[in-house]
Design a protein around this ligand. Structure first.
Ligand code: CA
Length: 482
């Protein structure tokens, strides 16, 4: 494991504290049992659009609070490059390509096959026997049919929208019942669901989700809880209150100015949530994750992935390397940076280990318990390899140590990069290191052979063009890529 000096210092400090006070170590073990869990997942936000990854033009002091109180994973990978498959992976702890969830779900509330496969177990369902109450707030996107509804997939509460994105202002949400939404653009304009019931919103949607998250924590504070707070922001359509946009007058790019306002409102909500944990004295027993579902969407919403090549949808780093910070007081060292590749699939595995949830023999987790790696009990890399496959485009990637192979699309030539020396994936080494390249290709194919083909047809973007004009969401941007 390669540690930054501050992590080493933190570990030395921890070791000193434990040596002086043996009871601290015992208390630390105790702290591991049944922590509350809050996952904050934003949508399409850029790798470099959080302060803890170097963002300069959009302050994110509260996302950064999670980072400074915990560990920043600089090489955190989402399991896919677009929304729905990534979320299916995150919530099951398994590569979604194993169960055929390899496309964005289309808006098909009458279709019982387009969504998260019934045999897969969500984190909420896995935690239920341990006494957790789980709430999903925000974007779902794992199937619009009732079979896939969060309340039928392990969650006790749901407040959000079932589709791939949503309009933000209450006056735009004109379709009361989800079943009345005929197509993808309509799905952006439904009322918000509380459980199965449509409700009218009164605020900018991001603030609605924050308010609901605060209520959830207050309601559930006396038992272990899992809050999956999946803000649809800053996913398209680019919409923010004028007074929020005005705060970013220094940003000349109009799209990015609105995007900055959207990220900023999310950040304020994150702060309110962290403040509430402090107020209720829950901070020390709550594991908080901040991450993004896929790489930043640069073209559509002006996200910034920094030095990473590509954006959402790409097998290059910008497609699926995402901000990831985890705060778990007493277990994860505070203010540490971890550089080895990890996956957001590891969140499920880490929580499962903390709760001694056994792995399913036929559906093993692809994630790894990160605790022993960040507290120094295990050395080396948590993952020998990180994988990606995108069936429809023929693209794939595999990272092994500092090396990565990338097949950009069916017709393109595969390449080999050394990420430690070439983070922007510019210098193809496949000729000069042909032996490694060939071996890595063969290793990838072994993984690929374990996968199945997609089990449902995906979102067809022509839906957006076919939709009647009145049904189109009001947006200042191009139709979203989902
Ligand atoms: Ca997304």
């Amino acid at each position: 494991m390669r540690l930054y000096p501050k992590l080493t210092l933190a570990l030395i400090a921890l070791a000193c504290a434990c040596a002086a006070l043996p009871s601290v170590a015992f208390a630390k073990e105790g702290a591991r049992a049944a922590p509350n869990i809050i996952v904050i997942m934003t949508d399409d936000q850029g790798y470099a659009d959080v302060g803890f990854n170097g963002c300069k033009d959009i302050p994110t002091p509260n996302m950064d609070r999670i980072a400074t109180g915990g560990v920043v994973f600089t090489a955190g990978y989402a399991p896919f490059t677009v929304c729905a498959p990534s979320r299916a992976g995150f919530l099951t702890g398994r590569y979604p390509q194993r169960f055929g969830f390899e496309r964005n779900t289309a808006w098909q509330p009458g279709n019982p096959t387009t969504g998260l496969a019934a045999q897969e177990t969500t984190l909420a369902a896995a935690l239920r026997p341990a006494g957790y109450k789980s709430g999903a707030i925000g974007k779902w996107h794992l199937g619009a049919h009732e079979n896939f509804h969060p309340l039928n997939r392990g969650f006790d509460e749901f407040y959000g929208h079932l589709g791939g994105g949503h309009c933000y202002f209450p006056e735009e949400l004109t379709i009361q019942h989800t079943k009345e939404a005929r197509n993808e653009p309509d799905s952006y304009r439904t009322w918000i669901s509380r459980g199965f019931e449509p409700v009218r919103t009164e605020r900018y949607l991001t603030e609605e989700f924050t308010r609901e998250a605060l209520d959830f924590v207050r309601r559930q504070k006396d038992n272990p809880f899992f809050l999956y707070l999946a803000y649809n922001a800053p996913h398209a359509p680019l919409q923010a209150p004028a007074e929020e946009i005005a705060k970013f007058a220094h940003i000349k790019n109009e799209k990015r100015r609105t995007y900055a306002a959207m990220v900023s409102v999310v950040d304020r909500g994150v702060g309110q949530l962290l403040d509430l944990l402090d107020e209720l004295k829950l901070t020390d027993n709550t594991l908080v994750v901040f991450t993004v579902d896929n790489g930043g969407s640069v073209g559509a919403i002006a996200a910034n992935n920094g030095k990473l090549r590509g954006e959402k949808g790409s097998p290059f780093e910008g497609g699926f390397r995402v901000p990831l910070a985890i705060r778990w007081p007493g277990n994860f060292p505070a203010g540490a940076t971890f550089e080895q590749p990890v996956s957001s699939l590891d969140v499920f595995a880490t929580i499962a280990a903390a709760n001694k949830i056994p792995a399913h023999p036929e559906r093993p987790l692809d994630g790894v318990d990160l605790l022993p790696y960040v507290n120094g009990k295990k050395t080396g890399a948590p993952h020998e390899r990180i994988y990606l496959r995108m069936f429809d485009s023929g693209a794939y990637a595999m990272r092994e140590g500092d090396f990565k192979i990338v097949q950009p699309k069916k017709a393109g030539a595969p390449a080999l990069f050394h990420l430690a020396k070439d983070i922007s994936e510019r210098t193809d080494l496949c000729t000069q290191d042909a032996e490694r390249f060939t071996a890595m290709q063969a290793t990838y194919q072994l993984w690929n052979a374990q996968l199945i083909e997609p089990v449902f047809p995906g979102l067809d973007m022509r839906e957006w063009q076919k939709a009647e004009t009145p049904a189109k969401p009001k947006t200042t941007s191009t139709p979203p890529q989902e």
